[in-house]
Design a binder for this molecule. Structure first.
Ligand code: PAF
Length: 285
């Protein structure tokens, strides 16, 4: 069945009030649209945790830098609505206006100071402020019991967990495993930018993470060696590294070595032609 389409904040407020009166549990999947299997897996998982599943589709301008791809970010509302229907989504919030969430007079921004540091936070100044602001808005507007996000944006997930905890929003934040193409490429709306030749070279991210994981399983504990395993693959495919880092899985602080029992994450960002891709992998621990 086609999801109910809400186009304004006022419509969401009225709909949410009705839902709460009826005592129904809500799962929310915030997205920027151009949905792929990664998003759809979040929507299907949402169904397991709630009576009603809502998705938002909004290309959030405040999380893009001035030289980034806001204007050309892929959009396909018709296709997205069909995909949401297939995934059993009940309601889709897709504001009509790009400025709908930032009307004249808007002046409230959310900054998560610690886990926004380093990694994408350093390379994309202001990005996590934009993400934290829109996600806080959506959580306050929908007041879901559960909200689901992909682990592909691993630092984003930690930022969202922190704001939810610090602002006492009381939402259960579920991070779900990255969904990959059969050859290992992490699914991303930005994969649409890749030419056929770039698409092949883009595999170096997941290949590098796989090589590092194999090394760690064979006993390598030094971050430098694990990072080098990823860099080797990026170089071989002629990708330009943005960063490759081993960090504590929760605090995202850099690690020099893997420690037994300490969950760690290896994260990579690299440019494949003009397209910036990210991926990450749990490692050691
Ligand atoms: O991951 C995304 O698609 C976006 O960053 C999010 C969480 C929907 C906020 O705009």
């Amino acid at each position: 069945m086609a999801p109910q389409l809400l186009r304004t904040v006022a419509e969401v407020s009225a709909w949410g009030a009705g839902l709460r009166r009826a005592g129904r549990r809500l799962a929310l999947v915030p997205t920027m649209g151009f949905l792929h299997e990664g998003h759809l897996s979040l929507m299907r998982e949402g169904r397991r945790h709630a009576d009603v599943v809502a998705a938002s589709i909004f290309v959030n301008p405040t999380q893009f830098g001035p030289k980034e791809d806001l204007a050309r970010y892929p959009r396909d509302l018709e296709g997205d609505l069909a995909r949401c229907a297939g995934a059993g989504v009940d309601v889709v919030f897709a504001p009509t206006e790009p400025g709908a969430m930032y009307p004249p007079g808007y002046q409230t921004y959310v900054e998560v100071t610690e886990v926004s540091k380093g990694l994408c936070g350093d390379r994309r100044p202001g990005h996590f402020r934009g993400v934290a602001t829109i996600v806080t808005q959506l959580l306050c507007l929908f007041r879901p019991e559960v909200a689901l996000f992909g682990e592909k944006d691993y630092q984003q997930l930690q930022v969202i967990k922190a704001l939810n905890r610090d602002l006492h929003l009381g939402v259960e934040i579920l991070g779900m495993p990255t969904v990959r193409e059969p050859d290992g490429l992490a699914m991303s709306s930005r994969n649409a930018y890749l030419s056929a030749e770039e698409r092949k070279r883009a595999l170096s991210l997941s290949r590098g993470l796989g090589a590092a994981q194999a090394l760690s399983r064979a006993g390598t504990r030094e971050a430098a060696a694990l990072v080098e395993a990823v860099r080797r693959e990026l170089r071989a495919a002629d990708l330009r590294e943005d960063y490759v880092e081993l960090v504590d899985a929760e605090r995202l602080t850099p690690l020099a070595t893997l420690q037994p029992g300490q969950p760690a994450r290896l994260l990579v960002a690299a440019f494949c032609g003009a397209t910036r891709l990210i991926d990450n992998q749990s490692i050691g621990g």
